[in-house]
Design a protein around this ligand. Structure first.
Ligand SMILES: Cc1cc2nc3c(=O)[nH]c(=O)nc-3n(C[C@H](O)[C@H](O)[C@H](O)COP(=O)(O)O)c2cc1C
Length: 280
């Protein structure tokens, strides 16, 4: 996979678009999107499958709903995986690559993990039964104005707000916050994580910098994932990995991901180790 656009620009451009113009995405852009999707890979291993739903198929389907959350969209991309270790993170990583690619093309998207009719879309997209279907995104041109429900939703989840550095990034242990100065050339990749999207904007990513490695943890909101058969906040962790990885690569900082490198530190409640990035 080749990220040939500015990460900072794409991360800044991206936001959840819930109101779309009825203008279809041009064929050449759709072909470019599909070839980008075909080139994807991820550092976690498991395969992520992508499913497209376009205008014509949409017209013939009833029951394709998002409970009034998404308006005007006629095109969607769905993602499916086998439920196995690392697959939710892989999905987060790969779909966020696509979402940033779309932002770079001037197209809006919205991660949907809860507010869509899963059965209706699964049927329309021919999704097999041995896979789970955690996420779908509409894509297209953003309407000029946000719809009412969208404005209310954004306020409720404080969608424009992000936690500060001292709530997210740590040095050596979870008692010490990491300053931007201490982060050095990792300031930019960490800042890109901070600006990322997450389910209900809960921002569960925590990073501990210790001995030349960044250890990624999930602050697991008690009860939050109970309505799913999987931990949806693992998708957020994959998004963080994508923002971090694309940023270090853009800056020429070398390193690799591992899931078996948990350091010995005292963990605060509800904190779970997920993976590490080791600097080379
Ligand atoms: C894994 C995941 C699942 C999400 N599920 C939904 C959803 O079901 N419905 C919705 O309207 N927004 C959903 N969102 C969007 C978030 O609410 C949004 O990213 C967050 O509030 C930050 O706002 P922003 O994307 O505009 O920066 C989801 C985001 C992620 C990352």
């Amino acid at each position: 996979m080749d990220i040939n656009f500015s990460i900072r620009e794409a991360v800044k451009k991206r936001y959840s678009v819930r109101n779309y113009k009825e203008q279809e995405v041009e064929l050449d852009k759709r072909e470019a999107i599909e070839s980008f999707v075909n080139s994807l890979d991820n550092p976690f291993g498991p395969k992520v499958n992508f499913h497209y739903l376009d205008n014509e198929e949409m017209k013939n389907q009833k029951k394709l709903g998002t409970y009034g959350v998404i308006k005007g969209a006629t095109q969607y991309i769905g993602t499916t995986i086998k439920l196995e270790p690392g697959s939710l993170e892989a999905l987060g990583y790969e779909l966020e690559a696509v979402i940033l690619y779309l932002a770079n093309l001037g197209l809006g998207t919205c991660w949907l993990g809860g507010t869509f009719n899963r059965k209706g879309f699964a049927k329309a997209m021919n999704i097999g039964e041995d896979e789970i279907f955690p996420i779908i995104t509409p894509y297209g041109y953003a309407a000029n104005k946000k719809h009412m429900k969208e404005v209310v939703m954004r306020k409720m989840i404080k969608a424009d707000h992000r936690k500060e550095w001292n709530q997210l990034f740590y040095k050596d242990n979870f008692q010490l916050s990491l300053t931007k100065e201490e982060a050095g050339d990792l300031e930019f990749p960490l800042e890109m994580i901070r600006l990322g999207p997450s389910a209900s904007n809960k921002q569960p990513w925590r990073v501990l910098l210790k001995n030349n490695a960044c250890h990624f943890y999930e602050y697991k909101e008690p009860g939050y994932s109970d309505r799913f058969q999987y931990d949806i906040q693992r998708v957020d962790m994959g998004i963080a990995a994508a923002h971090f990885d694309f940023s270090v690569k853009e800056k020429g900082i070398n390193g690799y991901f591992l899931t078996t490198c948990e350091p010995e530190v005292k963990l605060p409640d509800h904190m779970e180790y997920v993976f590490s990035w080791i600097r080379e």
